[in-house]
Each structure stands twice: as C-alpha cells, then as structure tokens.
Design a protein around this ligand. Sequence first.
Ligand code: SAH
Length: 215
Amino acid sequence: MMDQYRTVRERMVEEQIVRRGITDKGLIAALLAVPRHFFVDDAMGGRAYGDHPLPIGAGQTISQPYIVACMTEALELHGTETVLEIGTGSGYQAAVLSRLCAQVYSVERMNSLLAGARKNFDKLRYYNIRSKLDDGTLGWPECGPYDAIIVTAGGPEIPELLIDQLADPGRLVIPVGDQHEQELQLLVKNNGQVDVTHLARVRFVDLVGEYGWDD
Ligand code: SAH
C-alpha cells in the first residue's frame, strides 16, 4: 500500500499516544498500522494526524487520536474478543479495533457515513468488521453477547440493552452526560456484578436514538 503519511503517523503515535502514557503494545501497533487519512476527506490530507477531532460530514466527527486510544485501551482486548461498536462514523475506530480482537460489529444510523466506512473496510481488507444501519442504542442482539462494547457518541445514560448484551466478564465504554460535555464511563461486568468508573471529561457528538437523545 502506498502510504505517504507513514512518518506523520509515527509522529502522531509518539507525541500524542506514547508520550501521554499509553503503553499497550498491540494498541500502539494498531495505531501505527491503520492509515487514518483514509477515513477523512482527501482535502484534509495530513490534518488527519493532528491532535484534534475532525469533521467527517453529516455534522459528525472522527475522534481525536488520543481519545480513540484511551477508549480502546479501557477495553483491554487480547485478540479473541467479539466487540460491538455504536457509531461507525468514518470507520476509523472500528479499523483500530479490528486489529485487536477477533470480530467487530459496528452500528451506524447515517447511511452516507456507513457507505463511506464500508468502502474503506473493503479497500483495506478489514474483513472481520460487520456493520449495519440501525439505531445502535438497541445494540445488535442477534450477534451478542459481546466481550466489549464501545459507544462513540454521547448519551444521557448507559442504554440498558447494551448492558444486557455485554458478556460476563465484559467491558463497556461510553460518554455519558449532557449535549455539551460528558464523562467517559467504563462499565465492568464481572460475576454478575456491574461497576462503573469515570475515565475523563470528553465532548462527543450526540447519541441519537430510542435510548439516546431525540432526533
Ligand atoms: N467511531 C467513529 C466516530 C463517529 S462520531 C469514528 O471512528 O469515526 C459518532 C457517530 O455515531 C456518528 O457517525 C453518528 O451518526 C453515530 N450515531 C449517533 N447515534 C447513533 C445511534 N443511535 N446508532 C448508531 N450510530 C449513531
């Protein structure tokens, strides 16, 4: 694969990821491998590797690289897991996950974004990602339970159906709060018990759906 951004990507990982304390070797390798510029408009070019979120169309954004790293690290993947993502968006987060687990299921509610993400999954041959157009606050019950669930849009609460579809043991990350600011929450299910911890203050686009915000 022709990759004129390899050096820029290496710098992104060094300055934004490793220097800020991310140590998971598999995650670092995945961030070095996935060509983030594929997932944003051509016109953005090298800005794809900047230390910030970027617009991906339809009023949505691809998260800042460090936030992708934090959320992924919190899932503690080892390669065998089945992971559910809500909010496919550009497909970048799903691509990173696909290198760290066995199977990714990703749900997106906007057709134009899903179509773009799927094109990239094909082009890059990420064949262990299945995606569908739907309201992800309902999860994807037929394919669960999931060892890990990642919600990449902010909702008013953790959708109950997602907790139901989480395996035991299982880990779920989601931004929860109002429409301006959220807490990144980590829910850990273990021996029938559920514990929630707070990871960071974040700003995500709205989780819109039956168990999210109104359209
Ligand atoms: N993970 C994405 C981030 C995209 S931003 C990436 O790596 O690029 C969040 C996405 O969540 C948007 O594309 C938005 O359309 C989607 N979304 C919001 N509510 C949703 C819902 N209920 N179900 C599925 N997708 C949803």
